[in-house]
Design a protein around this ligand. Structure first.
Ligand code: AN0
Ligand code: CP
Length: 321
């Protein structure tokens, strides 16, 4: 694996989960693998879990980690080529990326969908510029269309808690006051489909995800029907994807909030959310705090997914430095 941006990069998921569980059991077994290697984590957007868990994963492998918050202290970056740079942006991304590449061995990048252009978001323009111009392995720490470190952690968490070989997993839209990207639900669907789980996606009409990510999942507009018999409920808000509604909020309907009454329709399902979660918008306090809630173990597994990914990258890449 050179770069880690989507489910295909990790290959066979059974092998990947097995490796991840080995990492979980013996986290310091590979603590010299990353000797003299430095990971640079670049944040164009906020983060708590990704920022801490990815650094922790790098440190467990003996790497150093350095962090740059682009919006706090770095030069404002121009991204368009051909622009006469007489405005407020002193540096171009086409110099900034190769320069960042000079200072590290692996680059992690977080940059959400901007919702300015669906084409630019779905072509992953910024992530691909890092891949093209940094000269280093690139790890997506949530890009415009996917959040693979999160989905890998979600998969590990489900594998640890499932009671049947092929669990029924329901991804449900839930209300939120701000327009959020589709990266988490896209990626979750991509990984659940690749794992061969029985995936149901439920949302109000107008919130259809990109069919490329929905794949063979069943779309059910009646949230209660989608909850019936589910083994896992995965809640997430996203803004509209389809047509002219791209990036827009079409509903803040709190009848879609996950509550105990809806959880009672399931097969005693575990509740999952990637966090940060807005209580009593996405899910009620009692659902988030219930014994069936996996939100904390799921976040803990972010170290495991990141460490399994970095371990692969360290094992499989040759650096010419
Ligand atoms: C982000 C999102 O929905 O993509 C990050 C989630 C991991 N969430 C928020 O911005 C609240
Ligand atoms: N789940 C997740 O990626 O959280 P952060 O945005 O805090 O990193």
């Amino acid at each position: 694996m050179k770069h880690f941006t989507c489910v295909e990069d990790i290959g066979d998921l059974k092998i990947a989960v097995k490796e991840a569980l080995e990492v979980k059991k013996t986290p310091f077994k590979w603590d010299t693998l990353g000797k003299n290697k430095t990971m640079l984590l670049i944040f164009f957007d906020s983060s708590l879990r990704t920022r801490l868990s990815t650094q922790r994963a790098a440190l467990n492998l003996g790497m150093s980690a350095i962090v740059l918050d682009v919006n706090q202290g770095a030069w404002k970056l121009e991204t368009e080529r051909g622009v006469i740079m007489d405005g407020d942006k002193p540096e171009h991304i086409l110099e900034a990326i190769p320069v960042m590449g000079c200072y590290c061995d692996v680059i992690g990048v977080r940059s959400f969908a901007r919702f300015e252009s669906k084409a630019a978001d779905y072509q992953e323009v910024l992530l691909n510029q890092f891949i093209k111009y940094s000269g280093k392995p690139v790890v997506s720490m949530e890009a415009a269309t996917r959040h693979p470190l999160q989905s890998f952690a979600d998969l590990i968490t489900i594998e640890e808690h499932k009671k049947v070989e092929r669990p029924r997993v329901t991804l449900t839209w839930a209300p939120h006051p701000r327009a959020l990207p589709q990266a988490v639900p896209n990626s979750f669907a991509e990984w659940m489909n690749a794992a061969g789980y029985d995936l149901v996606i439920t949302h109000p009409e107008g919130y259809e995800l990109d069919p490329a990510f929905v794949g063979k999942a069943k779309v059910e507009y009646d949230q209660r029907k989608a909850f019936a018999g589910a083994d896992f409920i995965y809640a997430k808000n996203w803004a509209a994807y389809a047509g002219d509604s791209y990036g827009k909020i079409l509903s803040k309907d709190r009848s879609w909030t996950v509550d105990a009454e809806k959880m009672a329709l399931t097969n005693n399902a575990c509740f999952m959310h990637c966090l940060p979660v807005r209580r009593n918008m996405i899910a009620t306090d009692d659902v988030i705090e219930s014994p069936q809630s996996l939100v904390i173990p799921e976040a803990a597994n972010r170290v495991i997914s990141a460490q399994a990914v970095l371990k692969r990258i360290l094992e499989e890449n040759v650096w010419h430095i």
